[in-house]
Write a protein that binds this ligand. Structure first.
Ligand code: SAM
Length: 282
C-alpha cells in the first residue's frame, strides 16, 4: 500500500543518518567508537557542509544529554524515540554516566537489524552483558531487554501500544526521564507528533524532551518551559577551539551554503520539573 511505501522511505532515513555520521567520524569531526559496528563501510564522500551540519547536531545533542545526566546524577531514564542505529548508550557506558535504564524505540524492522548487529558484535554486546545481573538477556527478533538497556519495536504513532511496551520493559514514570527525538517527529503529521509530545508531558511528571528538527516544529502544550536554538546559534556556542579544529579538517568554499543549512534546523528542549530537580536551569 501507499502507506507501507511511505513507512519504508522513513525507515531508510535511518541509514542516511548513520552513513553520514560514519563518514564524518572517519574524517575526525568527532569520535564514535561504535558507529563502525552498525555501518561497516565508510561510504561515499559527503560534502563538508553536511559533515559540519552533523557535527553541530551531534555535539549539540550531546551537550544537552550530558547536562541532564549531570543534573539528575544518572538517577534517571533515557528514552530515545526513533533511535535508528544511534550509539549514545555505548558512549554513556564508556564515560561512566549511564542512566538507570536506556530505552530505544524504532520500527520493528529497524530494531531487528540493530539487534542482529548487537548480537553478532562483541564490542556492542559486551557492555550489555557486563551491566546485566543474570546470565541471559531477554531477547527475541523484535526486542532485547537487559537491566540497563532495552530496544523496543513499536510505531510511535500508536501511543497505547507504545505505552504498553514501555511498561512491559519496566519504565518508571516517577523517575526523571529524558526523551530524545533526533530527526524523527518530522516524519509524522503535526497531529501525530503533538499527541506524542503531549503524552510524554501527561505521563512523566519530571521530564525533559530534546528534539532536533526543522525550525517550525515543536509545541509547548503541557511543558513548563521550551527553548529553541537554531543550529547557527548552537554552532556559535559550542567550544570554539573544537569548532576551529573541525573547520580545518576540510576546506569549505561556500560558507553561505553551511549557513543556509544550519538556519533550517534547530535543537529545542522542553522541561517539566514537577519534582523540583532544578532541570529548568539546564
Ligand atoms: N535518531 C537517529 C539519528 O539521528 O541517528 C535516526 C534518525 S532517522 C532520520 C529517523 C528514524 O526514526 C528512523 O530510524 C525511523 O525508522 C524512525 N521513525 C520514524 N517514524 C517512526 C515511527 N512512526 N515509529 C517508529 N520509528 C519511527
Amino acid at each position: 500500500t501507499d502507506s507501507d511505501t511511505a513507512d519504508e522511505a522513513v525507515r531508510a532515513t535511518c541509514d542516511d543518518a548513520s552513513t553520514c555520521k560514519r563518514f564524518a567520524t572517519s574524517k575526525g569531526y568527532w569520535t564514535d567508537l561504535y558507529v563502525q559496528y552498525f555501518v561497516r563501510q565508510i561510504g561515499e564522500r559527503k560534502a563538508p557542509e553536511i559533515n559540519r551540519g552533523y557535527y553541530g547536531r551531534v555535539r549539540g545533542m550531546n551537550l544537552l544529554i550530558d547536562a541532564f545526566l549531570k543534573k539528575t546524577q544518572c538517577d534517571c531514564q533515557v528514552v530515545n524515540l526513533g533511535a535508528g542505529l544511534d550509539t549514545t548508550f555505548w558512549r554513556l557506558k564508556d564515560e561512566n554516566v549511564m542512566p538507570k535504564k536506556f530505552f530505544e524505540v524504532d520500527f520493528p524492522m529497524i530494531v531487528a537489524r540493530k539487534i542482529h548487529h548487537i548480537k553478532t558484535k562483541p564490542p556492542l554486546s559486551k557492555p550489555l552483558i557486563e551491566t546485566h545481573s543474570t546470565d541471559s538477556l531477554r531477547l527475541d527478533g523484535h526486542s532485547l531487554d537487559s537491566d540497563r538497556y532495552c530496544i523496543i519495536g513499536a510505531d510511535l504513532r500508536d501511543l497505547p501500544a507504545l505505552e504498553e511496551k514501555l511498561k512491559k520493559f519496566q519504565i518508571n514514570p516517577e523517575l526523571p526521564t529524558l526523551f530524545l527525538s533526533e530527526c524523527v517527529l518530522v516524519y509524522m503529521t503535526p497531529e501525530q507528533s503533538s499527541k506524542l509530545v503531549n503524552w510524554v508531558a501527561d505521563t512523566f511528571p519530571a521530564a525533559m524532551f530534546i528534539n532536533y528538527e526543522q525550525k517550525e516544529r515543536f509545541l509547548s502544550a503541557g511543558w513548563e518551559s521550551v527553548n529553541a536554538l537554531d543550529m547557527m546559534t548552537v554552532y556559535s556556542v559550542l567550544p570554539q577551539e573544537d569548532v576551529a579544529r573541525i573547520e580545518r579538517l576540510e576546506f569549505l568554499d561556500e560558507r553561505e551554503l553551511l549557513q543556509q543549512l544550519l538556519q533550517h534546523y534547530c535543537i529545542c528542549w522542553a522541561v517539566k520539573d514537577k519534582l523540583s530537580l532544578g532541570e529548568a536551569s539546564i
